[in-house]
Each structure stands twice: as C-alpha cells, then as structure tokens.
Design a protein around this ligand. Structure first.
Ligand code: CA
Length: 228
C-alpha cells in the first residue's frame, strides 16, 4: 500500500521538489499552497501524513497544526514540520505544539524519506515492530527488551521511556516533555521522577555498556544516542 502525503508549502519550487522526491520514494502526493486549502482538503480526505511548512501565508504552519489537533476526525494524523529555523528552542516548541517531527531546510531527499518512514512506522502505518540500537532490541508488540540475546526484565515505566527514546534517537527532550510522553499529561508527576526513571533505564543498560546511550544534556534534558 502506498501512503498519501499532503504537502502544505507556499513556495512552488520546494513543493515541486518535495513531490518529485516523495513520488520517487513511492508515496502519493497531494499539494496545498496554504493552510486554508489544506483544511479544505482535509475536510474531505484523510492522508497518512501531513508535511507542513512553518512559514505559510495566512494560517501559519503552527496554527494549521493546532487546528488539525483540535479536530477529532484528524487529530491523530502524523505531522512533520518543515522549518528554516535552526534554533533548538523553536524545534522543542514545535514538539510542544503537537508535531511528530521536524525537518530543517535545506534537507536532503534521503533524510526526508528516512524521517517519513520512521514516522509512519511509529504511527503504526509502516512495517516492523522492533526498535534496534547496537545490541539493544525492543519488541514493541511483545513489550520485550532483549540485549545481546538476553531477555531483560523491564518495568512498565522504564519500558515506555526506553521505547520513547529509541523511537526518537538523537533528539533532546526536556523533563517536561518526557513527562508528557511517558506518563501522559493527565497524571501529576514531579519532574524529579523523570531523573529517577532515567537512572533505572541506565541501570538496565549498564551491564552491556549502553548506559552511555542515555545522555544528559545540561540545561536541556535527556537524549538517546549511540554517538557520544
Ligand atoms: Ca514557506
């Protein structure tokens, strides 16, 4: 099955380039030049993924995301934001606004395809049910953690945290964001609790030397990365 992607971008050249590389990767591409026409399209169609430019005339990309997230029929749509800004705080802000991933312009078609593939897999629309990093294998169907062929007992919170980290490698998350994603917004948990569970996850990985994958980023939060 090929996935339908709605590209919302006002610059014709970039839209054309996106269509070209996405169609080459086997996706069906629909285009909208602004937020208004995107919403009109979405009132009759539900694509598999939304690729939205941050800077749009009229309804901004951020406002479009907000509208999608408040519409019950399409609120679960995976959304990837295209941004020309390299500023880390903008990216963190876009996560807070309900974006699943962001891609900074200029980007390579290869990077774009890899990101979209990951998002679609994450949203349960892709193939495969295993997350891997070095010898770590997380079976997201059986909720099983295997490291170097050994099954490791893992508590539910540690499992959720590790899964979230492994689905988002290389990205820094604040304690608040980890609380939202691992515990959910409805539960009140102190930010210090995040640190406790990060320690526990590190402890699970430590016998294999992989505790270094869960990295503390001073003043920002935590990140999962195979690279120091
Ligand atoms: Ca634009």
């Amino acid at each position: 099955m090929s996935h339908n992607i709605l590209v919302v971008e006002d610059e014709p050249d970039i839209r054309e380039m996106l269509r070209f590389s996405l169609e080459r990767a086997g996706y069906n591409v629909e285009e909208a030049a602004d937020g208004e026409s995107a919403l009109e399209y979405l009132s009759n169609n539900i694509p598999h993924l939304l690729l939205v430019d941050w800077m749009l005339p009229g309804i901004s990309g951020v406002d479009l995301v907000r509208k999608v997230r408040s519409d019950e029929t399409i609120q679960d749509l995976p959304i990837v934001m295209l941004t020309a800004r390299g500023n880390e705080s903008d990216k963190l802000a876009s996560f807070d606004r309900g974006v699943d991933d962001y891609i900074t312009k200029p980007f390579s078609p290869k990077e774009l395809q890899a990101r979209l593939k990951a998002i679609l897999r994450r949203s349960g629309q892709g193939e495969g049910d295993q997350l891997k990093a070095a010898d770590i294998c997380l079976d997201t169907v059986a909720h099983r953690l295997v490291i170097a062929d050994q099954t490791i007992h893992v508590g539910p919170t540690e499992y959720k945290m590790l899964e979230f980290f492994m689905r988002n490698p290389g990205r820094v998350f604040s304690r608040e964001q980890l609380l939202d994603h691992v515990w959910g917004r409805t539960i009140y948990v102190e930010e210090r609790t995040v640190d406790v569970h990060v320690l526990r996850v590190r402890k699970l990985l430590a016998p294999f030397g992989y505790d270094r994958f869960i990295q503390t980023v001073r003043g920002a939060g935590y990140r999962f990365s195979e690279v120091d």
